[in-house]
Structures are given as C-alpha cells and as structure tokens.
Design a protein around this ligand. Structure first.
Ligand code: ZN
Length: 423
C-alpha cells in the first residue's frame, strides 16, 4: 500500500503519487472552497436584512453582536452586569447600580458616532464583505458619505481588529513566514515610459561585466576585475521597505487550511524581530514550520519542534512539513496592498495587516456571521485610542512595529494643534 501525504492547505505534495498520465503536474487537491462560496451557507444575510432595520432594531442587533444579549449587559460606566432599565424613547439603558445612562456604543470605538446606526451597519457590512478589502473611496461613492467619515470608520474597525483580534498566543502546528511590503522605487519610475524611453538602459555595474585584463602601469602587477560591493541586505534596502511577519495555526480538520493568524510589521527579518514575534504569539509547546532563513535558527531551543522547508527545492515535504498557509496569507495581503489599497502608508501597515489576517481567518464564515464576528472583536477594545478627534488633527504619530513604536512620517499638511515629539 502506498501512503501519500498531502499538505493541509491543498497545495500539491512533492511530486510522487497523483501524477497524471499526460505528464502534467499533479492536480491541486480540492478543498471545497469554491463549493462553499457558491453554496447557501456563504450568504446568510444581505443588504435587504439591514435595509429593514429601524434605529431601534439596529441597537438590538449591535447589542446581540457585542454582548450576546439585548436584555443583560455590562454597564459602560461601572461594568455591573444586570438587566438594566431600557428606555425605548432614548434607545439607551439606565444602570441599576450607578444610575448613569449608556447606549450600545458607549465606551466603544463607535462612541459619539454621527451617522445613524443602520447606515454604519450597512457601511461596515459592505466593507466586511470584500475578499481582500474594500477601498474607502468606493464606500464613499456607494453610500454618499464624506471620505473622512468612511475613512475614520473603517480605520476604527482596523483598530478594533489590531487591538482586539490580533492578540493572544497560538498553540499547535504553526507556520511562520515573512514578506516584503512597500519600499518600491516607484518615485523614480513615475511619469516615465515603460522601458526607460529615451533615457537609455541603466548602466550595468562594472563587477558584473566580463573582466578586462588590466595591468598596473607602475608595478606591472595584473589587476583583477572590480570587486563587487559588499553584500549587505540591510544597507541596500529601501528605507520604506517593511517586513510583514505572519504566524498561522493549522486547523485540525484535514485540507481546510489554517484557523488563526497573527501578524506584525518589522523593519527587517532578523533574529530579534522573528523571536520577538514568535515568543509573543506562540506557546512554547508549539511545533513551528518556517523556511530556511537563518533568522529562525534559534527556534529549536525555544519551541517543542522546529521544521524547515527549502523553497528552492520543494513546497512540501512528507509528514505535512510546509509553509503554505503562511504563504497563502501573504498572497491575500499582497492583493490587498497592491490591488485594493494601493500602497498604504507604513504608518498604518500594521492596521491593514490585522485586517487581512481577519479576512483570511473568516473566509469560511457566512456574511452575517462575519459581520457579527467583526463587531464582537471591535466592540471589545473600548474607546478608540487612535481615531478619536482625527478630524480635529489628533493623529496617531507612531508606526507600530514589533521592534517597538517608531515615529512615523506623515503625509500632507498637519491639521490643527499637535504636540511635538521630543527628538
Ligand atoms: Zn453603572
């Protein structure tokens, strides 16, 4: 009997086994993703359901999503959990303990919202349904709201995901990988024809040309070809380049891919950043799979097991050793960054990464469950720390990196008063 191993994500195994007679590559194992998206289960909920909601029903919907009940809830001021007095006129509750009033959005990222709740729900639902994301400009065109309103709203969702979803340790079989983001030399290429136009081809570095035999005229010594510049990844990298580090936990059910994702942004893929990420998000009894980058070399002593895969040779080894779920996330993130959000700034790259992680993990939830899942995560983080007062010029000044926050470059003119950071 021949045994055949297939990686969990459905990528082809390393060649043996299912080779077709005509000599083509083995077919990808079907995991049922297409069947799911075409099935009834994928669309449990639609605009029509949101269209029917009155302001009061929207409050109830949000209460169910964030507290699991519209009768019993914690008070936003004193956290007492009780059946508080409901005022149908004000659409608020009065606390049985401290007597203060609170609404469903009190103390959440949506506190002091100006748009009516049904409209917020529709905007958020529309944003959540994108496979890799949905641009704020498109939402603005679809729903006729100010750009800044929708930009702040969906950034509050991202904040909720970054602070409320991208937390906690993973355990089990984990895959880890890094991917380059931003930092392309687009500025030099802007407004220039493809192929360089009349500027001619770029000069080939001397050390790459066929060596010319040169003799020193004074000593008669034979000089060799010019030496190549020292190979140094960090010295040559673009200052705006960032590294997206991702860790994904494999699910138990065979062929269904990963179930949980954690992300972080780093300046480079080095031992200290990779170890910081792994010790933050992985429990010590985990088995970690990564590529053969030397940054991961200390993992064998930090975790129960560490397997590596050499991508220049194969994408999967027998025994389910592969990094393909992490690579699959990188693809979604790249589609999002290059195809939808068109190079988001480094300042908010961590926020966008958390959004992509959530989208990847909820890919098999129905539309209604996805919306509830999002609201549950976002409503759990309290008031917005980064987007309250954005319109008045209070912007987040840091870029969130695994190495620690770093002062961010800002775009455009500063608005209003802001504190200068000490240098
Ligand atoms: Zn209270």
């Amino acid at each position: 009997m021949t045994t055949m191993t297939m990686p969990a994500g459905g990528a082809p195994a390393s060649g043996d086994g299912k080779k077709r007679k005509d000599g083509l590559f083995p077919l990808r194992q079907r995991t049922g993703t297409a069947a799911f998206h075409l099935s009834k289960d994928a669309v449990g909920f639609g605009y029509e359901d949101l269209e029917k909601l009155s302001e009061r029903q929207a409050v109830q919907f949000l209460a169910e999503a964030s507290w699991g009940s519209s009768k019993v809830m914690p008070c936003a001021h004193c956290s007492t959990i009780d059946e508080h007095y409901w005022s149908a006129k004000e659409l608020r509750w009065k606390c049985k303990c401290c007597g203060k009033r609170f609404s469903v959005t009190s103390g959440t990222v949506l506190a002091d919202h100006k748009l009516p709740l049904p409209k917020i729900l529709k905007l958020v639902f529309s944003w959540a349904n994108g496979a890799s994301g949905k641009p704020a400009l498109q939402l603005r065109r679809d729903w006729n709201v100010a750009y800044r309103t929708v930009f702040t709203l969906i950034h509050k969702m991202r904040e909720g995901l970054l602070r409320g979803y991208n937390t906690g340790a993973l355990c089990g079989v984990l895959e880890m990988d890094g991917a380059d983001m931003n930092g392309r030399r687009y500025r030099e290429k802007r407004n220039k024809p493809l192929g360089g136009g009349s500027a001619g081809k770029p000069k080939i570095p001397e050390h790459l040309l066929k060596p010319k035999l040169e003799v020193d005229p004074e000593t008669g010594e034979i000089l060799g070809p010019p030496k190549p510049p020292k190979f140094d990844k960090t010295a040559k990298q673009h200052p705006d380049r960032r590294l997206l580090l991702v860790m994904r936990q494999r699910g138990k059910s065979h062929g269904k891919g990963a179930v949980a994702t954690r992300v972080a942004i780093a300046l480079r893929e080095a031992t200290h950043t990779v170890v910081a990420m792994a010790t933050k998000f992985a429990s010590a009894e985990s088995r970690i799979m990564s590529d053969e980058d030397p940054a991961y070399s200390s993992f064998w002593k930090l975790f129960a097991k560490h397997d590596t895969i050499n991508h220049s040779k194969t994408y999967a080894l027998p025994g389910g050793i592969n990094n393909n779920q992490a690579e699959s996330f990188n693809w979604r993130m790249r589609r999002s960054v290059e195809g939808i959000y068109l190079s988001p700034s480094n300042k908010y790259l961590a926020d966008y990464a958390a959004e992509s992680a959530w989208r990847e993990d909820t890919r098999r939830l129905s539309t209604g469950d996805k919306l509830r899942h999002l609201l549950k995560a976002v409503f759990g983080v309290g008031l917005s720390q980064w987007w309250r007062g954005y319109g008045q010029g209070r912007h987040r000044m840091e870029e969130l990196l695994i190495e620690g926050p770093q002062e961010a470059k800002t775009r455009g003119k500063p608005k209003g008063w802001r504190q200068k950071l000490p240098r």
